[in-house]
Design a protein around this ligand. Structure first.
Ligand SMILES: Nc1ncnc2c1ncn2[C@@H]1O[C@H](COP(=O)(O)OP(=O)(O)OP(=O)(O)O)[C@@H](O)[C@H]1O
Ligand SMILES: [Mg+2]
Length: 366
């Protein structure tokens, strides 16, 4: 070793170690602290006095103990250097992620302790964790979107089949009857026969017309185009009252109704329709309460029932009704709440903003 190196080691090495940005520590063969530098004390917050009562394993995060223990055993057996990736508890309880290397040192052939140089990588680890979480969320959303798209296509086919069946069984039957009645005009017969055929024709054409109107109102909410959202919601509620067996209490007050686009009105109607359809199909409820109010530029719809309820955390992923409801609300920039548990009824609430935020809803074909 030349003079310069000797001078450096004797007079400057300690300053370099003490003032280094990395955390530097030395422990004896029992893991008791011999030395820690300034950065070590600053990052972890322990004073020199604190370290008199602690050994190295006291501040290693519990999850990292097994890994730390096995590395310690290796270091004890032979002089060696190892990569370390660990977590220490700071004095205030925070977890500090550290990476670096550890070397064992031996005196007269016996293990005497370790030297360790570590870098605080907490910020990077936190960012990695955030990224991992965001990635998992994106995956989940993509999965949900794929499922939603699949279900939408299925529902479209089911809907077409239903309309075809409805037309065949409803309108189709009346048209067949009318055709049969018209054929009677070709048969020889008196005025009475013609009158009875005409009466039949009149009766069946009225039924066909009723059937046609019913099919139309299923396809497109009546009143919405002519009278607006309030009348359409009121119509839906009255229709529900007629078929629901239990008690329905309701409050509709749309005096402070925000301006919402036509496409958003259809969204609102469909959400309300699905809430009531679900109650009718699944709830077995005896009481239902409906509240539709508008104030401060927002529209609140809340529908609750005292029925069988369901596990709201699980069901979402598999069915379309609730998922579509939530997607529609999100599309309008609103908030969707669904509270339910088996045996404890269901309550669904949406808070929808007025015109300025609903510009995302572009299509009228909802
Ligand atoms: N008010 C309710 N009371 C009890 N269970 C309900 C209620 N609303 C929804 N559910 C449960 O949540 C499930 C999901 O509802 P969702 O509307 O998403 O689908 P669905 O009604 O089964 O089918 P669709 O896709 O035709 O709407 C239902 O199958 C039912 O088990
Ligand atoms: Mg449903």
């Amino acid at each position: 070793m030349d003079n310069f190196q000797e001078d450096f080691i004797q007079n400057h090495l300690f300053d370099l170690v003490e003032n280094a940005n990395d955390l530097i520590q030395s422990v004896d063969d029992k893991g008791r602290f011999i030395y820690v530098n300034k950065s070590w004390r600053r990052v972890l917050g322990y004073s020199r006095d604190d370290l008199n009562y602690l050994d190295f394993f006291d501040i290693v995060c519990r999850d990292k103990h097994p890994q730390c223990q096995s590395k310690w055993e290796l270091l004890r057996q032979t002089p060696s250097i190892h990569f370390v990736d660990t977590i220490f508890y700071a004095k205030d309880g925070r977890q500090i992620y550290l990476e670096g290397s550890v070397a064992s040192h031996f005196k007269e052939g016996r293990f005497a302790g370790t030297y360790c140089i570590l870098r605080d990588v907490s910020e990077r680890k936190r960012m990695e964790n955030d990224l991992r979480k965001q990635y998992a969320e994106v995956l989940q959303l993509t999965e949900r979107l794929e499922h939603l798209t699949r279900r939408i296509l299925e529902v479209q086919e089911e809907e077409r089949l239903r309309i075809a069946r409805d037309l065949h069984d409803g309108l189709g039957q009346y048209l067949t009857l009318m055709h049969q009645q018209m054929q009677r005009f070709h048969l020889p017969g008196g005025v009475d026969d013609i009158r009875s055929a005409l009466e039949g024709l009149e009766r069946h054409s009225k039924s066909a017309w009723d059937e046609f109107r019913r099919a139309l109102s299923d396809l497109r909410p009546p009143f919405l185009d002519e009278l607006g959202l309030e009348a359409a919601l009121d119509w839906k509620m009255r229709q529900f009252r007629n078929i629901f067996q239990g008690v329905v209490t309701s409050r509709i007050d749309l005096t402070g109704m925000p301006v919402i686009s036509r496409s958003a009105q259809i969204c609102v109607f469909r959400i309300f329709q699905e809430m009531l359809t679900n109650i009718q199909r699944h709830s077995q409820a005896s009481r239902v309460w409906i509240s539709i109010t508008a104030s401060s530029g927002q529209l609140d719809i809340e529908v609750g029932d005292d029925g069988v309820g369901f596990d709201a955390s699980r069901i979402y992923k598999t069915n379309l009704g609730l998922m579509a409801m939530e997607e529609r609300v999100k599309m309008m920039g609103g908030v969707f709440f669904c509270k339910s548990a088996p045996g404890r009824g269901t309550s669904i609430k949406t808070v929808l903003p007025g015109a300025s935020q609903d510009s995302n809803v572009k299509s009228d074909k909802i």
